[in-house]
Design a protein around this ligand. Structure first.
Ligand SMILES: CC(C)(COP(=O)(O)OP(=O)(O)OC[C@H]1O[C@@H](n2cnc3c(N)ncnc32)[C@H](O)[C@@H]1OP(=O)(O)O)[C@@H](O)C(=O)NCCC(=O)NCCS
Length: 194
């Protein structure tokens, strides 16, 4: 699954793939983008840069987990960010309708072109195509750019966790969001909400 959002000699090519394997070149770029995002302030679990070996182990592990889907964002062909879709375990039938968007980031050198917006929309489309009706996410309240992006994309804030994360000795609150996803067919999700 891939998408070119724009083309042209001066317009950057934006491309988002759901990947099931990564070659050495792509994984090198992905690890570099991840460490660059962590150094700049992250937004996902890591606080300190991890280096190539640890990040490669992480991403190769992600590709092995049945409930995880990895999306990578490319700017002019170069991997500059990623996001993960986490699906509920099979034993969680009551929440099989919901999935989680997590670990979304674009390296500082890939920002401002609309790649995060495209990447999140691709995750939403894929989650909806799998039958999920809700996408959940949470984010540190200090990630203001991400929060404005999620709100612009229609995510609804339902709660605040006052003791969400510890970053460099400071306790940081977290914001919890959800978005209803519309399926290609069947009853509209809004009709299922009491
Ligand atoms: C949040 C992040 C993913 C945005 O990446 P990006 O590719 O630059 O975002 P886009 O270019 O797709 O911008 C999409 C929207 O985000 C918002 N946005 C982007 N940059 C912004 C900025 N500097 N200030 C305010 N809003 C901004 C806008 O709503 C923008 O839409 P618009 O261009 O139509 O106005 C990136 O800044 C990032 O990786 N931050 C650190 C990690 C993080 O916070 N991840 C999310 C939590 S897991």
């Amino acid at each position: 699954m891939s998408e070119i959002a724009a083309a042209g000699s001066t317009t950057p090519h934006l491309w988002v793939d759901r990947v099931t394997e990564l070659d050495d070149h792509d994984i090198a770029e992905l690890c570099e983008a991840t460490d660059a995002a962590i150094i700049e302030g992250g937004g996902f679990g890591w606080i300190e840069p991890q280096g190539r070996a640890a990040l490669e182990r992480h991403f190769r592990g992600v590709l092995l987990v049945p409930e995880r889907e990895l999306f990578v964002a490319r700017l002019d062909g170069m991997v500059v960010g990623s996001a993960q879709l986490v699906r509920p375990h099979r034993n969680n039938e009551a929440q099989a309708f919901a999935a989680q968007l997590t670990h979304a980031y674009i390296a500082p050198y890939g920002r401002g072109h609309g790649l995060a917006r495209l990447m999140i929309q691709r995750v939403e489309e894929y989650a909806a195509s799998l039958g999920h009706r809700v996408l959940n996410l949470d984010v540190r309240e200090t990630q203001l750019t991400a929060i404005s992006l999620f709100q612009a994309l229609g995510y609804v804030r339902w709660g605040t966790h006052p003791v969400y994360a510890r970053v460099r000795g400071q306790t940081v609150a977290g914001q919890y969001y959800y978005k209803l996803l519309e399926p290609g067919r069947g009853r509209r999700t809004g009709q299922m909400v009491p």
